[in-house]
Design a protein around this ligand. Structure first.
Ligand SMILES: [Fe+2]
Length: 366
């Protein structure tokens, strides 16, 4: 991408992917950051940009090295860094990049815990890796109960639910969710019945000497990508049929609707929802529904297949961080005859974790 000035010095042109795009004068005028227009302390505008002259034009523009000097027809002059303008345009067009993995993943994203891991360069590496893979595992954290809360709060802010700030995953006699039994749990995403759906799940292993109880992970985007390439019609159904997810207990009725594979407006994967014990398919034409059931069945099979799923045993002290909008998790059944199993889990949202990553990037990659 490059930026040039038209011969008459009244137009600024971006050259991008064999296209020429003229920058609208108001787009640039809104970005004038003189202290008259922008509050220095907060970086926020001191005026309502809708009050600008809608017929505003560029009177004169010049580029010298990395400096773009512009005079607008309302008498305002401003200097911009060309690189800043290019960076701003990139924010409009950049696509999220991530690594799609399968059951054959060679290097799993594993980190060793250090007390101040989040606030330094390792924290940046951890968060970037998390957003690249959709999960990370942190080894050798303190095996203390409730440690997960302070850890989660170092990444974002714990989001309490009707299960409390955290939930204990161990086998109990009277349970509110199958997670609290020793049954196997096939690949699923958590809580698609909530509004909004929790973005990140954190699980902390405190004890795991039981027989079985292996954890599983599947890259939902990788399975979606496979279906998009190999089973186009099924992919269409999974990205268009909205399902009702619900959780009901004596005091709670939670409900939300959404596609199994949600796409954004650019057609990129946005969110995976799979919770086969809590989903209610809508009544649509029988033939279409017939195809949908086939599509869902294949998706579930793939998510639980060796081709896409990884299986491993969490060790006491391990923390697993999962993108609940992308990565599916599960576990094999376990027996408590010869041991114990106790995990604690909680949720945080993506916004503060992403914010932390961007803040650390600004701090360490200047
Ligand atoms: Fe779960």
């Amino acid at each position: 991408m490059r930026i040039e000035i038209a011969k008459n010095h009244k137009k600024i042109i971006i050259f991008l992917d064999n296209r020429n795009i003229e920058i609208h004068p108001l787009w640039l005028r809104e970005r004038v950051n003189n202290s008259e227009f922008l509050d220095r302390a907060t970086g926020q505008r001191l005026y309502d940009p809708s009050s600008l002259d809608q017929k505003l034009k560029i009177k004169k523009a010049l580029i010298k090295k990395n400096n773009l000097r512009v005079e607008f027809t309302d008498g305002v002059h401003s200097d911009f860094k060309v690189n800043d303008i290019i960076g701003e345009i990139h924010k409009n067009i950049e696509k999220k990049k991530y690594f799609l993995w399968t059951g054959k993943i060679k290097r799993r994203p594993i980190f060793n815990y250090k007390f101040d891991i989040i606030e330094n360069k390792k924290g940046l590496n951890l968060l970037e890796t998390f957003y690249n893979y959709g999960f990370v595992i942190l080894r050798s954290t303190p095996k203390k109960k409730n440690f997960i809360l302070s850890f989660a709060n170092s990444l974002g802010i714990v989001r309490p639910t009707n299960f409390g700030k955290l939930f204990n995953v161990k086998s109990k006699k009277k349970v509110s969710d199958l997670a609290y039994t020793s049954h196997a749990l096939p690949a699923h995403t958590d809580n698609p019945y909530r509004k909004p759906i929790p973005g990140i799940q954190i699980l902390h292993c405190i004890k795991n000497s039981s027989d079985g109880g292996y954890s599983t992970l599947t890259d939902g985007f990788s399975v979606a990508n496979y279906m998009q390439k190999k089973y186009k019609n099924y992919f269409k159904l999974l990205t268009s049929v909205k399902i009702r997810f619900t959780y009901v207990s004596s005091k709670t009725i939670l409900e939300n609707w959404g596609e199994t594979i949600e796409l954004d407006k650019k057609g990129m994967f946005k969110s995976i929802r799979l919770s086969p014990r809590l989903d209610y398919v809508p009544i649509i034409k029988k033939d279409k529904l017939h195809q949908f059931y086939k599509a869902r069945s294949l998706f579930i099979k793939l998510c639980n297949s060796k081709k896409f799923m990884i299986k491993f045993k969490l060790r006491p002290g391990d923390i697993m961080i999962m993108d609940n909008h992308r990565t599916l998790h599960g576990r094999t059944s376990y027996s408590l005859k010869n041991g114990e199993r106790h995990l604690q889990g909680c949720y945080i949202d993506h916004d503060l974790a992403e914010s932390k990553m961007k803040h650390l990037k600004r701090k360490f990659k200047k």
